[in-house]
Design a protein around this ligand. Structure first.
Ligand code: SF4
Length: 319
């Protein structure tokens, strides 16, 4: 029998997966439990802007068990019960502050909420989703204190490495702000995550691919990738209907081909958490919905890597 090749992250999987990362760190499965702590967003409340990012419709992203009317503790306990029904052996959980901008409050409030989450039995850490322009020194120092004793990730919405794209999607910050926040966060010993969307207005395929080299140079630990999806009743859906050619709505096959090329150029040190979004079809404009769960896309992607004899970082040093 031929022995399976093992990659530098220590497994035969062809990319550096989150489950392998958790196995290395904690010896087994770790489940994220989403929390909606009722934060707002400076890009919606007028501090940075009012309309929000053109694709934003946060209602599409919250699981049913988490609504801000419930205390954080209750949301996490219910989330843990929900996950335990699916995975009976799940015993380690991360509180995932997911909705809106989860560092957008004074440090006392943040400390109280993060503390509350970490006090729930089984919770071993935090994942804090935020904008790169919403982490000042006080917030980062507070989170760094938690990171001394717990597993803590700050997950930044980077979305694109190109300032002209960030302007077009009304992010309200530039790429330099993302790069600075990521470097500062990593410098304080906090794990860093980044979120990127593929298909944003007027970005060519080559430009999207070239981001692999740019991101590879940052001290990012985790990455999440999403294909652009046009959610109903967003500014994006109006723009898309007016000039669809400005956007790339990948077919599944095109997206898999694209991902192979992208991931080959990506630093193999970085853990890839997610390759595709899975907004329910009822939220989407008819075009561009695949009707596939992200785990189904992942299986298809791994098959594609296998067929191509490709892997994460195969062309990292060439890019
Ligand atoms: S930063 Fe997030 S919550 Fe705020 S407008 Fe953009 S997508 Fe929506």
């Amino acid at each position: 029998m031929t022995e399976k090749k093992t990659y530098q992250w220590g497994t035969p999987r062809r990319f550096n997966s989150l489950s392998d990362h958790f196995r290395r760190e904690f010896g087994g499965r770790v489940q994220k439990v989403s929390v909606n702590a009722g934060f707002s967003c400076p890009n919606r409340d007028g501090t940075k802007g009012t309309g929000g990012c053109i694709y934003c419709d946060s209602l599409a992203f919250s699981p049913s068990y988490c609504t801000p009317e419930k205390p954080v503790r209750m949301q996490i306990e219910q989330g843990i019960r929900f996950h335990r029904k699916r995975y009976r052996h799940a015993d380690k959980f991360l509180a995932y502050f997911q909705s809106f901008t989860n560092t957008y409050a004074d440090t006392e409030k943040l400390e109280r909420l993060y503390d509350e989450a970490l006090s729930v039995p089984g919770v071993i850490g935090l994942v804090i989703g935020t904008r790169p322009d919403c982490v000042d020194d006080n917030v980062l120092n507070l989170i760094a204190r938690f990171a001394k004793n717990f597993y803590v990730v700050i997950e930044y919405g980077i979305e694109s490495c190109y300032n002209r794209t960030l302007k077009k999607i009304n992010r309200g910050h530039d790429f330099g702000t993302s790069a600075d926040a990521i470097k500062k966060t990593a410098g304080l010993g906090i794990r860093t995550g980044g979120h990127i969307i593929f298909g944003l207005p007027d970005e060519s395929r080559e430009e999207m691919i070239a981001q692999a080299a740019i991101l590879s140079e940052l001290p990012l630990d985790n990455l999440k990738f999403h294909q652009l999806q046009v959610i109903k009743n967003t500014i994006l859906s109006r723009q898309y209907n007016m000039s669809p050619r400005r956007f790339t709505l990948f077919t599944v096959e095109d997206y898999l081909e694209f991902l192979v090329e992208f991931v080959e150029r990506l630093n193999p040190r970085m853990v890839i958490e997610r390759f595709a979004g899975e907004v329910p079809l009822r939220f989407l404009e008819r075009k561009g919905g695949w009707g596939l769960r992200s785990d189904q896309v992942l299986r298809m992607f791994e098959k594609k890597l296998e067929e191509r004899d490709s892997w994460q970082g195969k062309n990292y040093l060439l890019s």
